[in-house]
Design a protein around this ligand. Structure first.
Ligand code: GRF
Length: 207
């Protein structure tokens, strides 16, 4: 059975596109994108999802009275589309602990720093200001903290003399587009082998 992916995004969507390309070319084997959800109706990523003929859902924050109601609608989209894995790709809202717990080990994020360094906003600028020799990106499982969950994969990028926030961000982004699909493929494999092992145990128990 094809593995099911959901992507949550708020903006440009270049990581989403890298994931979609990897699904199309089989670098994420045997998978399909079952939902692209955005809290921003005008997000470029959402428009690109529609152009690709993928199921795109605009769940704008301003249509809901509370953060809880907004998140409940996103949760309901996910329950209907039943992804195996939820991928945050530039999704700019904090998810509640309940939401995160309901997707435990099945929700990923990408962050443009070598975590645990520079959690939160503007990590590329902060790495430059700190005079780091290298930076990079991290794909990690999402837990209740901000950019704190277990690391799945990192890619390093050297910081060059004369780098600006823009030039460094652009080089990190190129690595993000390689790292995210690779991490997704890896996590899907692990989820499958875990569920295979669980089924095997049930099977053995019933004999
Ligand atoms: C990326 O830099 C990602 O690491 C961060 O948000 C940015 C999203 O870019 N979490 P895009 O929307 O995928 O182009």
């Amino acid at each position: 059975m094809a593995r099911r992916l959901a992507v949550l995004l708020s903006g440009r969507g270049s990581n989403f596109e890298a994931i979609a390309d990897a699904v199309e070319t089989g670098r994420i084997p045997n998978a399909r994108i079952v939902a692209v959800v955005s809290d921003v109706g005008q997000a470029r990523g959402l428009a690109r999802a529609k152009e690709r003929g993928l199921p795109a859902f605009a769940v704008e924050r301003e249509r809901f009275e509370s953060r809880a109601a907004h998140e409940a609608e996103i949760q309901s989209v996910l329950q209907r589309t039943a992804p195996d894995l939820v991928c945050l790709a530039g999704y700019m809202r904090i998810l509640s602990p309940e939401f995160v717990a309901s997707w435990r080990n099945r929700i990923l994020n990408i962050h443009p720093s070598l975590l645990p360094k520079y959690r939160g906003l503007s990590p590329q600028r902060r790495a430059l200001e700190a005079g780091e020799a290298e930076s990079g990106c991290t794909v990690h499982l999402v837990d209740e903290g901000t950019d704190t969950g277990p690391v799945v994969l990192q890619k390093k990028v050297a910081i060059e003399p004369g780098d600006t926030e823009e030039s460094l961000s652009a080089r990190i982004l190129e690595e993000e587009h390689v790292a995210y699909p690779e991490a997704i493929a890896r996590v899907l494999e692990e989820l499958e082998s875990r569920s295979g092992a669980a089924q095997e145990a049930v099977h053995r128990g019933s004999r």
